[in-house]
Design a binder for this molecule. Sequence first.
Ligand SMILES: Nc1ncnc2c1ncn2[C@@H]1O[C@H](COP(=O)(O)OP(=O)(O)OP(=O)(O)O)[C@@H](O)[C@H]1O
Ligand SMILES: [Mg+2]
Length: 232
Amino acid sequence: MTLEARKLVAGYGDKSILEEVSFTLEDGEILAFFGHNGAGKSTTLKAVIGLIETRGGEILLDGERIDQLPIGQRLERGLRLLPERRGVFPDLSVEESIDVVAQRNCSRDGCKITRSDVYDLLPVLRERRKVIAGEMSGGQQQMLAFALALLGSPRCILLEEPSVGLQPDLVEELFAKIREICGRLSISAILIEHKIASAMKIANHVIIINSGRLVFSGPKTEAEKINLWNYF
Ligand SMILES: Nc1ncnc2c1ncn2[C@@H]1O[C@H](COP(=O)(O)OP(=O)(O)OP(=O)(O)O)[C@@H](O)[C@H]1O
Ligand SMILES: [Mg+2]
């Protein structure tokens, strides 16, 4: 799987936000996506998944243009978005949530990740399966949100600040799980994060945007040699 954004332009109303943002993501890779508040990170993910229209540039999945496709067809092709703090159904139990999403995402042939797979990948969810999602800790809710994104045949998961509201040790645990599962199942991810050090531990590539423009793009090894804060 390759997800490629070429010179993406997007905005709201008469406001232009993204100015020719480009990046490439290969199978099983994690792209850490940094930038100041209001830089345009969430806007980029919204454009990739299809929540907003692009005004220029191209988005390609395995070489096929997807930027004109409705959101449903992008989901069918394996894109998933985990929006900040909105990834679970707060009134459903863990089991009910997994069942609801599995019914939709696993009905077709060739479903790569089934209900029982997500319980095996994230055993904490088996222990908590009767608990109402909204009553779980923030860390467990993020594990559930990630599990829901995994059901079916995901190829690229867009993660919007999954660490928000989590204790530092839970951030490390969640990120280690994301790294392990993405690597093992060849799923790629874009990780928007303000917790830069934690995100760097699991990233393969790093991009930074400043006021809607790409100011850094490179492999993790290159990003480690520079002071990333200079780009904010
Ligand atoms: N629905 C909207 N309508 C109009 N302007 C918006 C809308 N959503 C975001 N913006 C503006 O677009 C710019 C980029 O916002 P965006 O949410 O993409 O930033 P971000 O990098 O995700 O920031 P943060 O780190 O705070 O989440 C900001 O100036 C913001 O005010
Ligand atoms: Mg944002």
